[in-house]
Design a protein around this ligand. Structure first.
Ligand SMILES: [Zn+2]
Length: 137
């Protein structure tokens, strides 16, 4: 089987649209490793198409190599959204570095889901989490 991977960058409007999806944006940029900036990050998102197997390390390595060589983007994140694979890249709006840490945002939606699963009131989980975070930070 011939493998061909296509990468297409989303337009500004498409990026805005997909970032409105909470599921897509759950793993989001939080801080710049280069300068410590926290706040606004520029996003570039690429849609992956063609014939390939993302479970295969080779496909991921190939994409990483391509992104680094052609676009100088060394830090990329693979995401799946509505059965389509994407590459999500952030760059620091302060120093321009692409070395940006992504983290999962603990939003209301997540607390609600955890509360439902554990059958514990949401407020209790939130206050417990805050106590834990205070202790470890
Ligand atoms: Zn920076």
């Amino acid at each position: 089987m011939d493998r061909t991977i296509r990468i297409a960058e989303l337009s500004k409007k498409e990026v805005d649209d997909i970032l409105r999806s909470k599921k897509f944006n759950r793993l989001a940029p939080v801080s710049c490793h280069a300068c410590g900036h926290k706040g606004i990050f520029k996003r570039r998102i690429f849609k992956i198409g063609g014939v390939y197997d993302m479970g295969d390390d080779e496909a991921q390595n190939l994409l990483r190599h391509h992104m680094k060589q052609t676009l100088n983007l060394g830090y990329i994140h693979f995401k799946v959204h509505k059965n389509t694979d994407y590459i999500d890249v952030a760059s620091c709006s302060k120093c321009g570095s692409n070395k940006v840490a992504f983290d999962i945002e603990l939003n209301d939606e997540i607390f609600e889901e955890v509360a439902k699963r554990l059958n514990i009131p949401k407020d209790k989980i939130q206050s417990d989490m805050q106590a834990i975070l205070k202790r470890i930070s």
